[in-house]
Design a protein around this ligand. Structure first.
Ligand code: TNX
Length: 530
């Protein structure tokens, strides 16, 4: 942990002690006559809101020095999740939290169990907390991992501290939760092309997304300003093409080993990595390395500005498809997830026919390498396979065109889900071309009715893109993402009928102390009762 993160965690603790007198007082929360902090501790605070939950009203479970985690013997994956939970609980509590495999009852313990239950689906879970035990059950490991995030949020925010805090009462309210997501794709996109982000920064972003039960990280790996992933058969891509970024900084790229490391980290958190190589537009960096892929005779130049829609691969050259083949083959081989994103956005240079031909041939290459294609909504100008996913960002006509091919739609409407937009006119970071997006704008919309011709059955999920023209470091990423990303996470997870802005704004307010402990920079929206 670096010093600034440690410092911000310590500051988080101090802020918390001011806001939550009861939780920090030497006598613990029950002794101090502090009704406001106590009430705050007890209000529901889980984000995204579970599909169904009941506060039993009984005594809370209290984590103590003798609390253990119990798992069934013989399942290494469940044991790994138990270890993740123990690693979450140990630093702040300083309790040993041993893990045991014992068939016997789980009195006084946290039990993690796989039990087949079709109603829960692959990501659902059941969490039952009473004074005597915490029982977390799911039909698949992903459900246990997601349920663990709920348990985490039910604990006091101090649980996120990496210093031990001896005066906290580690209670979990007595609840019964049965939960599963609305959509199977709950994503965030990080643009590491406009500004480069390191492996460690990407992992820290995954950690934040995991807290809100997202399960897809889409990496935008190439654009005009930089190429960000090593392709062994195309070595020039990691020369000059990767050594630039917006504003002229040094750029950078992920080696294949780096990418594999991210994929593994993501898998351990039940995330799918969706790699995007934006083509045929947004390809100036690729053309710097391989100018023969251009239709134009002019030599490409390093580009560090932020204009879009001016570069393209040549759709009429066979060399272009040999290049696409090399890139897709190598990235597909490194990617266990089912998808390859080919970009496809903003290309006014190619004719409709040329563009369409490029998309169709790329789609065939992607399928040949065992993946399904994803592309920004413009791809529906070409005939799409039903296995292809169109990422809707602007127009209902284009989204509806994808539906006509039987393709599914991933909802990223720029006026709601583009977290690179400013919150209001005073926000320093961010862009404004789509909208100013306050937290309520990000929260208050229904994917199933947002676009004409796109209904619930056509939608795979919701994704929050974070383009990085103005975003230079992780603190900036966090500021734009929080609290809009938790808002969009709830759009993607919670049934529409259960969602409610008033409830969201009070629940998310209780997360600020947690973010302080985690060292997460966030926007103090005036819409939230902090
Ligand atoms: C549009 S929307 C883009 C990106 C920019 C972004 C900035 C879309 C598919 N493409 O190239 O980075 O706006 O908000």
């Amino acid at each position: 942990m670096n010093d600034t993160r440690a410092l911000s965690r310590t500051l988080g603790f101090l802020v918390l002690c001011i806001g939550y007198v009861a939780a920090c007082s030497p006598a613990g929360p029950t002794a101090a006559p502090a009704p406001t902090p106590l009430r705050r501790v007890l209000v529901p605070r889980v984000v995204p809101e579970p599909a169904s939950q009941t506060l039993s009203g009984g005594d809370a479970f209290v984590l103590t020095n003798s609390t253990s985690i119990v798992v069934d013997a013989g399942n290494a994956e469940v044991s790994r999740i138990a270890n993740q939970l123990a690693s979450l609980l140990r630093p702040a509590t300083a309790f040993p939290v041993p893990i045991s495999t014992s068939g016997a009852g789980a009195a006084g313990a946290i039990a993690l169990r796989l039990t087949p239950d079709a109603a829960l689906g692959p990501e659902g879970y059941q969490l039952t907390v009473s004074r005597d035990s915490v029982r977390l059950a799911a039909s698949a490991p992903a459900g246990l991992f997601l349920g663990m995030q709920t348990l985490r949020q039910l604990l006091p925010p101090q649980i996120e501290s990496d210093m031990s805090l001896s005066k906290v009462s580690w209670t979990v309210p007595a609840v019964s939760i049965s939960d599963r997501p609305r959509y199977s794709w709950r994503g965030a996109m990080l643009d590491i092309a406009r500004h480069f982000f390191t492996v460690d920064e990407i992992k820290q972003y995954i950690d934040l997304l995991a807290l809100y039960k997202l399960n897809v990280l889409h990496l935008h790996l190439a654009d005009d300003q930089g190429w960000r992933i090593e392709i062994k058969s195309r070595p020039k891509l990691v020369g000059m093409a990767s050594a630039t970024q917006v504003g002229g900084g040094p750029g950078g790229y992920l080696t294949q080993a780096d990418y594999t490391d991210i994929v593994r980290y993501a898998q351990e958190r039940y995330f799918t990595i969706v790699p995007e190589i934006d083509m045929p537009g947004h390809t100036n960096a690729a053309l710097l390395a391989y100018p023969e892929l251009s239709c134009s005779k002019r030599a490409p130049h390093v580009y560090t500005g932020t204009e879009v829609g001016w570069s393209t691969l040549c759709a009429n050259k066979e060399e272009t498809y040999a290049f696409v083949e090399d890139v897709v083959r190598e990235i597909a081989a490194l990617t266990p997830g089912r998808y390859f994103h080919m970009g496809g956005d903003e290309n006014p240079i190619l004719t409709r026919e040329e563009y369409s031909k490029f998309v169709e041939r790329t789609q065939a290459i992607v399928e040949k390498h065992g993946k399904h294609m994803v592309g920004w909504e413009e791809i529906s100008h070409a005939p799409l396979k039903p296995t292809t996913i169109s990422q809707a960002w602007a127009s209902d006509t284009t989204a509806a065109a994808a539906v006509k091919y039987g393709a599914k739609v991933l909802m990223s409407p720029s006026k709601r889900a583009y977290i690179d937009m400013k919150y209001d006119s005073t926000t320093e970071l961010g862009l404004t071309w789509a909208a100013l997006i306050e937290v309520r704008d990000a929260y208050d919309w229904d994917p199933a009715t947002y676009m004409k011709g796109v209904t619930e059955a056509n939608i795979v999920g919701v994704e929050a893109p974070l383009w990085s023209e103005t975003v230079r470091n992780l603190a900036a990423v966090q500021y734009l993402a929080v609290p809009r990303l938790p808002a969009l996470a709830e759009v993607g997870w919670t049934p529409q009928s259960t969602r409610n802005w008033e409830s969201f704004r009070t629940r998310i307010a209780t997360h600020a102390p947690r973010w302080n402990f985690l060292g997460i920079n966030y926007y103090r929206s005036p819409q939230i009762p902090w």
